[in-house]
Ligand binder design. Structure first.
Ligand code: DC
Length: 461
């Protein structure tokens, strides 16, 4: 890794586990700076010094050295891995961490650590604000006090009620101290992990890191230098850049009507707020609750206007399927890498003034809660100025759940939200894309819930 990922947050927010997983997925190393403060506190106690004695502590730790690896913490050949997790050392760490001289020394050690490695994932309280204010990626993890207390209780084999008061007083100490208090860096991405599993949080962070890389790569995007498509030579951007022929449009319209006719008695589709879809001009339609393979078809039928959508490239392996999918507006996107060609195609589609259907959750998911969203929708909207229309789909998993290929009759209900204006570009582009994605997530979750309710399938697992 040749860059720094800073992860800050209060204790129990899941930082340590998330940080080491993110580091291993990015092929880098991780530094737990909390362990350094704990080791310093242990050293103070072991030397018989009162942690509150600011001057003596400062003097003792002036040339303090500590080695922290994920497996072991060592101070001058003493293995302190376990002892630094005891309540006594934990309490002392909180006091020692408020000492400016200690912070200065440990900050130096943390910066040295990153310099020798060229980068890495560093987690703590002041990493994005004071230690590495220029870190390329900054995250601030939070979670409700209850959720954090029960995680700590699980780790330490105690109860939530036992942990909660100490956790709250440590929060207050971390946030209230004069030097480098715990706070979110202005440009850090805040992630509330209360309802996320570790895996979901890790995915969320990695998506941000990858989409940022994608955004900076794509700023030099041009359709001619797009990488060759491996599965089958697909006439991507150029093909979609042209106006659709009359024949193609008539065929599309005919097929849409045919699909409606066939599926009507089965699904009795109903759509609320169709008028939210602008009648002309580019639009990104972002459906919430991608729970069935039928979703694309359903949304396509609902939208009415000719629409195009990204589909995973593995579906384009056969020439027959490729042609078939193309007629209905699908174009391939690689799942495992930055697919500049797919992005270029999406831009062309929007520049031409068509509708692009893009599922912001990425692949199909299960459950009644939306997965963390990719920020591709926000990125494309900012890039092309296309508004985004959120849609909630209800009932599709009942008709054709994951793993099934035969649709069963059941109500399908779709609700369109108001068009969202594109995120702002310019200096704070990233922050406005993040805010846009967060807002989109709230909107499509609400539409998804409402549509599920309407379809009579609320909270279907
Ligand atoms: O994350 P932790 O609970 O292991 O941290 C131990 C103590 O160190 C805690 O009181 C907060 C403090 N700390 C800090 O002040 N700055 C950091 N960068 C990391 C931890």
């Amino acid at each position: 890794m040749d860059y720094i990922v800073a992860i800050d947050g209060p204790s129990g927010s899941g930082k340590s586990t998330v940080a080491s997983e993110v580091a291993s997925r990015l092929g880098g190393e991780v530094l737990d700076t909390g362990a350094m403060y704990r080791a310093a506190a242990w050293f103070v106690l072991d030397s018989g010094i009162e942690p509150n004695d600011v001057n003596k502590v400062a003097e003792l730790l002036e040339n303090f050295e500590v080695t922290v690896t994920p497996a072991k913490v060592t101070v001058a050949d003493t293995d302190v891995t376990e002892i630094i997790r005891t309540p006594k050392v934990t309490a002392a760490a909180s006091i020692v961490a408020a000492n400016p001289a200690v912070r200065k020394r440990l900050r130096q050690l943390q910066q040295d650590w990153a310099e020798t490695r060229g980068g890495g994932v560093v987690e703590g309280r002041d990493i994005g604000t004071d230690v590495f204010p220029d870190a390329r990626y900054k995250f601030y993890l939070t979670a409700s006090a209850e959720a954090r207390a029960s995680r700590r209780a699980d780790e330490t084999g105690t109860t939530k009620t036992q942990v909660l008061p100490t956790l709250q007083s440590r929060d207050a100490a971390d946030k209230g101290r004069q030097h480098s208090p715990l706070r979110k860096a202005e440009n850090a991405i805040e992630v509330n992990t209360t309802d996320f599993t570790v895996e979901q949080t890790v995915e969320h962070l990695l998506r941000h890191i990858q989409s940022e890389t994608r955004a900076s790569d794509a700023s030099s995007l041009s359709t001619s230098d797009a990488p060759a498509f491996s599965a089958y030579d697909f006439p991507a951007a150029k093909h979609y850049g042209r106006k659709r022929s009359l024949g193609n449009r008539m065929f599309y319209s005919f097929m849409r009507r045919l699909c409606l006719l066939i599926s009507g008695p089965y699904l009795r589709q109903r759509i609320r707020n169709r008028h939210h879809l602008p009648a002309t001009g580019p639009v990104i339609v972002a459906p919430g609750g991608h729970r069935s393979n039928l979703d694309t078809l359903l949304v396509g039928m609902a939208v009415g206007r000719m629409s195009l959508y990204m589909a995973k490239d593995s579906l384009f392996k056969s020439r027959f399927w490729s042609s078939f999918m193309r007629i209905f507006g699908a174009f391939p996107v690689a799942r495992d890498r930055l697919d500049r060609r797919a992005l270029a195609t999406a831009i062309k589609v929007l520049e031409r003034g068509d509708v692009l259907i893009m599922f912001p959750e990425g692949a199909r998911q299960e459950g009644s809660k939306l997965q963390p969203l990719f920020d591709g929708v926000a990125w494309l909207s900012a890039k092309t100025g296309a508004p985004v229309v959120p849609i909630g789909i209800g009932g599709s998993q009942k008709v054709m759940p994951i793993g099934k290929i035969m649709p069963r009759p059941h109500r399908i209900r779709m609700i369109l939200g108001e068009p969202m204006p594109p995120p702002e570009t310019g200096k704070s582009a990233r922050a406005s894309r993040d805010a846009f994605t967060a807002n989109l997530s709230v909107k499509i979750q609400a539409l998804f819930d409402e549509a599920q309710q309407w379809a009579g399938t609320p909270n279907l697992p």
